[in-house]
Design a protein around this ligand. Structure first.
Ligand SMILES: Cc1cc2nc3c(=O)[nH]c(=O)nc-3n(C[C@H](O)[C@H](O)[C@H](O)COP(=O)(O)OP(=O)(O)OC[C@H]3O[C@@H](n4cnc5c(N)ncnc54)[C@H](O)[C@@H]3O)c2cc1C
Ligand SMILES: Cc1cc2nc3c(=O)[nH]c(=O)nc-3n(C[C@H](O)[C@H](O)[C@H](O)COP(=O)(O)O)c2cc1C
Length: 591
């Protein structure tokens, strides 16, 4: 911050002010700007009595699965406090409509999961507030920030529904809902700024942070973050599957030394990938644009490689494209009453197919880049404990490859890791904290871990951590994949842990080693008596891996086991699992 030359000060005053301003922390800068703003607007009574009026209370309610909304809620709290509010953060898992309806000023930050569902831990709150018995919100001002991903049909659905429901229940929307895509920081910042200003409250020392001022406060002091990923050197890359396997799962070791990045077991690492050259060339060819056109100081080819998502194809992208392509057939396909037809057409297709099948002459660079999302980082569950591998982070990555509609296709990040980087290369990464997937606080608590496929990753970290800390709790692991011979990920490590006693029990399900398919949920049922005993003894249950089928099948098996062996009705067994979720004894990290 510098006083400009044309400011109404003498050169001596300017020099003195610049000297003192340079010594301010970002927090002090914001405070001072708000203080003078209050003085000049006459809202401050007199120096020395600042803050005498009671600050307006503000509740920041969040619902999260993988931690983004919680992180934004915490940041919102800091910013709101500096704006003169008395804010508190509340997790949806710990409230209900009755408690919440008493709140005067409410900000809601919530994500959408599954197929338009609320985050796991927010489900009970969500069902209750949507239900007939929900309390009335006659005295509440509110605004909602919804997190989601435009590649899902039910974009930001939970936020949209909660926004509507709060209004139905009588609350007053003081600022429009903000729907955010994966790149949520900027829209959240703008929403928060607008919403804080819109609350009809008197703020004692109104220190509304100036636009753009949040950035200095946001990263929480971390030098490397989402905005500034750390180039981590690949120190090891090992193919975990044996010859003959249909799978390609990689064990990756990255060097974090000197980054200052820290993680806990249960966290994920975000990888910022690049598109493969073949996909860049395909898009350039289909659009007819020259690779060397300049955009923001680089060639279009380079920008398409690193800055944009050039593979996703959603109805939103196709809709924006048709605003200038004006293709009648595409318009018919995009008819809002024919969502299913569009989804069927888009399955297995990418942006390049849109450009090829509905060509547009004279497409400009701005046209093309205007329809694209920014490149999205991908999350990978961390497979190592920092206590066992100081300065390193390990990942277990399954390469995505398939053929469709006459083209070979690849998953961007998984094949960036598989094909484009090797030992010595650097991968941009940052740590994505996940407070919802943590070891039991008591090291003596038993754990049941269910992690087929790459779902095994965080459990390698859990066992390493428990061994390194000498935790006494028993550990039971369920793993599954296609074939024992090729796909038993980290087999030698598990056998060693069994020998050493770090792992008490290991049950495996190899689906294709016998005529009938066997999955981890079948193994749970086979061991139902012991499993129920472990649960009764206070075990925590962890599930990681496929969200679309495995997590649901495992949940169903657990509910059946609890009903049968706990002599409960199916409803009571579900309620039992819901209570386990609430008390963090049943945690899932599914994708
Ligand atoms: C919290 C969390 C933890 C995770 N942990 C891990 C982990 O430990 N290990 C891991 O490997 N992954 C993990 N993932 C998943 C990971 O983030 C990526 O989603 C995954 O690697 C695919 O990314 P990609 O960039 O390679 O593929 P993308 O470029 O994102 O492409 C994937 C898309 O390709 C399409 N597609 C894929 N296969 C086909 C097919 N056969 N036919 C038609 N279309 C298809 C689908 O539309 C799919 O959505 C995790 C995800 C989350 C959210
Ligand atoms: C398995 C999975 C399912 C998802 N389903 C949806 C969805 O239906 N709609 C949507 O808008 N976003 C969806 N998302 C995106 C998340 O809402 C988004 O990543 C969000 O930033 C997560 O915030 P959180 O960490 O606070 O939960 C999904 C993400 C994953 C990994």
């Amino acid at each position: 911050m510098q006083i400009p030359d044309n400011a109404p000060f003498s050169p001596e005053q300017r020099a003195a002010l610049n000297q003192i301003l340079a010594s301010f922390t970002p927090e002090q800068q914001v405070w001072v700007s708000g203080f003078f703003c209050g003085v000049t607007s006459g809202s401050l009574p007199a120096v020395g009595t600042v803050g005498a009026a009671a600050p307006a209370e503000l509740t920041i309610l969040f619902g999260t699965e993988s931690g983004n909304c919680e992180e934004l809620a915490d940041k919102s709290k800091k910013i709101a406090a500096k704006s003169g509010f008395k804010p508190k953060v509340v997790n949806m898992s710990e409230t209900d409509s009755k408690k919440l309806s008493k709140v005067k000023n409410l900000l809601v930050i919530v994500s959408t999961w599954g197929d338009g569902d609320p985050p796991d831990a927010a489900t009970e709150f969500y069902n209750e507030i949507m239900g007939d018995g929900a309390a009335k919100f006659s005295d509440t001002n509110f605004s909602v920030c919804a997190l989601g991903d435009t590649s899902y049909e039910q974009f930001c659905e939970t936020g949209k529904r909660l926004d509507k429901r709060l209004e139905e229940l009588g609350a007053k929307r003081i600022y429009d809902r903000q729907d955010c895509d994966l790149d949520y920081e900027e829209p959240w910042e703008k929403w928060l700024d607008g919403a804080l200003k819109a609350f009809p409250v008197e703020k004692p020392a109104a220190v509304a942070a100036p636009a753009g001022g949040f950035a200095t406060l946001a990263p929480g002091g971390a030098a490397y973050s989402k905005k500034n990923p750390f180039p981590a050197e690949v120190s090891e890359k090992i193919l975990l599957n044996g010859t003959g396997s249909a799978k390609e799962t990689l064990h990756l070791e990255l060097n974090l030394e000197g980054s200052g990045l820290q993680y806990e077991v249960g966290d994920a690492l975000a990888v910022v990938p690049e598109n493969r050259d073949k996909d860049v060339q395909r898009v350039l060819k289909a659009s007819g644009l020259s690779a060397n056109t300049q955009i923001d100081g680089k060639t279009l080819a380079d920008a398409l490689k690193t800055d944009f998502d050039i593979t996703s194809l959603t109805s939103r992208i196709a809709g924006k494209y048709n605003e200038f392509a004006k293709n009648k057939k595409l318009a018919a396909l995009l008819d809002p009453t024919k969502k299913k037809e569009f989804a069927e057409w888009a399955w297995g297709r990418q942006l390049v197919d849109l450009l090829e099948e509905f060509p547009c002459k004279n497409i400009s660079m701005d046209n093309l880049t205007g329809i694209l999302r920014k490149m999205a980082p991908r999350l990978y569950s961390i497979a190592s404990s920092p206590k066992a591998h100081e300065g390193e982070v390990h990942l277990t990555v399954a390469a995505v490859r398939y053929d469709s509609h006459g083209k070979d296709r690849v998953g961007v990040a998984s094949t960036y890791v598989a094909d484009m980087v090797d030992g010595g290369d650097k991968v941009p990464v940052y740590v994505h904290s996940n407070k919802n997937f943590r070891l039991p606080a008591d090291p003596g608590t038993p754990m049941i871990m269910i992690g087929p496929g790459t779902g095994i990753a965080p459990f390698r970290a859990f066992i390493e951590e428990r061994q390194a800390t000498g935790a006494s709790g028993s550990n039971w692991l369920f793993f599954g994949d296609q074939h024992y011979t090729y796909d038993f990920l980290y087999q030698l490590e598990w056998q060693e842990y069994l020998k050493e006693g770090a792992l008490d029990r290991l049950d495996v399900a190899f689906s294709r080693d016998q005529p009938e398919k066997v999955y981890v949920q079948d193994k749970l049922r086979e061991s139902a008596v012991d499993l129920y005993q472990w649960i009764n003894d206070g075990a925590h249950i962890y599930v990681c891996g496929d969200a679309s089928r495995m997590a649901q099948d495992v949940h169903t098996a657990l509910a059946e086991i609890i009903a049968q062996h706990g002599k409960k009705s199916p409803e009571d067994a579900e309620a039992f699992l819901a209570e386990m979720k609430k008390t963090k004894r049943y945690q899932r990290d599914v994708y």
